[in-house]
Design a protein around this ligand. Sequence first.
Ligand code: IMP
Ligand code: MG
Length: 193
Amino acid sequence: MVSAEAGIERVLWTEAEVAARVGEVAAELAADLRALLEPAVVVGVATGAFLFLADLVRRVDAPLAVDFVRVESYGGGTESSGKPRITADLKVDVAGKHVVVVEDIVDTGNTLSCLIAHLEKKGASSISVCTFLDKPARRKVNIQLVGDGKFYSGFECPDYFVVGYGLDYAELYRNLPYVGVLKPEKYKNDSSN
Ligand code: IMP
Ligand code: MG
């Protein structure tokens, strides 16, 4: 078998760099959540946010609930279709609650805008966003937070297609403990691009 590392052209953030930065973001988030009068609801966007969310909430010493949604807009390629759909909804009721959306990466902003509108309709009293990576160069839609919501970000990501630490290409590479740039030959023959 070939190792997952074989698809990586170069590493952007090592496992140690990721852990250090996640600790900093968690400290910032924890301070804000401890100031609230009631537990927040942390909403992970499956599947990409699973490692970030797991590492983050273990470092946040504040009462909180965890739930997941699934929002899909990608085919198998590296470009978003731009029309995200909620394909698995929350179990927790977020009406009147402070919600923190945890994402792997904000790229065009389409996924997040769709999800924020969805959570706002459910009556969340504030909506914050905590994204592991932010790729502002490709933003098409401004992210409108709700109420006293804040934007937390781990790293600003250059305009490459990156994988690892939850981020995939065609569902692979999520298990890499670091973030790397995918070798272009891994997707250049993909007709869905
Ligand atoms: P957006 O709707 O364009 O902001 O895309 C958000 C979603 O696209 C993220 O949740 C990721 O699943 C995926 N995505 C965007 N850029 C990358 C990337 O560089 N690597 C892997 N997935 C990405
Ligand atoms: Mg994805």
